[in-house]
Write a protein that binds this ligand. Structure first.
Ligand code: ATP
Ligand code: MG
Length: 257
């Protein structure tokens, strides 16, 4: 088992008066699905970027199994909100890009890419150009590309934020399908209260001014889905409805009282 740990992390960007994040402690172990949520500007992206090695903590530490994170690494794959695919490459070539850089032979690379495209429900789309794909399809190519590295941790910043409501729901179950058959640890940022609760094994609630962690809530709805219960029945469960109200309270904490 591998563990990514942010311990008492504080981040102050250059010329910032108030730190973006103070004293944030979050751990993600293999097989966990940790969701970061909270109001705009509370430091979610900042913390995700610390985990990715794109932002260095000003205070505290970030590590994987005790080894300090000092930059991006193949053990941690990032999926950004806007898919950031290479528009001049096909879907298959996007998925296999990192392997191409590592000189993996073309046939093997394409085989693996096609298998990953199948897992994200894009079988037969390998040869398509990126501009021929819908937004939801592009996000799935981005996900397949991240998975191609076989990362220990999948770090996602609002990966479903740009999608319409129906596609978003389907992508949520796809994420659980993919996560549940792997031991990958997930750290994902979302603004969606229902999404956070449905996906997360733990939900980390942050608040702004300065950005900090205010609650960590354990949840088991995603595991229930992985165990075979339909998404619709989980989301209609009174336990889910009550937990959603509790989470909304934690996020807005009196703001709309
Ligand atoms: N590169 C940067 N330089 C200076 N300040 C920054 C930088 N990136 C973010 N900030 C500031 O840090 C704070 C936290 O920003 P961050 O992007 O982490 O929030 P967020 O929770 O992801 O917000 P959102 O939900 O809107 O995406 C904000 O006050 C923001 O203005
Ligand atoms: Mg953000």
């Amino acid at each position: 088992m591998t563990k990514l740990t942010l311990a008492k992390v504080g981040v102050r960007y250059d010329r910032q008066v108030q730190p973006a994040v103070v004293d944030a402690s979050i751990a993600v172990a293999s097989g966990e699905f940790v969701v970061l949520t909270g109001r705009s500007g509370c430091g979610k992206t900042t913390l995700l970027n610390v985990a990715a090695g794109l932002v260095a903590p000003t205070f505290g530490s970030a590590s994987v199994d005790g080894r300090p994170i000092d930059g991006p690494g193949a053990d941690r794959a990032v999926v950004f909100q806007n898919d950031a695919l290479f528009p001049w490459l096909s879907a298959r070539e996007n998925v296999g890009f990192a392997q191409k850089m590592r000189c993996v032979e073309e046939r093997e690379r394409h085989q693996k890419s096609d298998e990953l495209l199948r897992q994200v429900k894009l079988e037969g789309y390998g040869g398509k150009a990126i501009w021929e794909l819908s937004g939801g399809m592009r996000q799935r190519v981005g996900l397949a590309r991240a998975l191609a590295a076989e990362p220990d941790f999948l770090l996602m910043d609002e990966p479903l934020g740009a999608l319409d409501a129906l596609t978003r729901e389907r992508m949520q179950t796809l994420l659980l399908d993919i996560w549940s058959v792997r031991s990958t640890g997930v750290l994902m940022v979302t603004h969606g209260i229902e999404e956070a609760l449905f996906l997360g094994t733990r939900i980390v609630v942050m608040a702004p001014g300065p950005g900090r962690v205010v609650r960590q809530i354990d949840a088991g709805f995603g595991r229930r889905y992985a165990g075979g219960e339909p998404a619709r029945s989980i989301k209609a469960d009174p336990d889910f409805v009550a937990a959603r109200a509790e989470l909304a309270d934690a996020i807005f904490d009196g703001e709309f009282a």
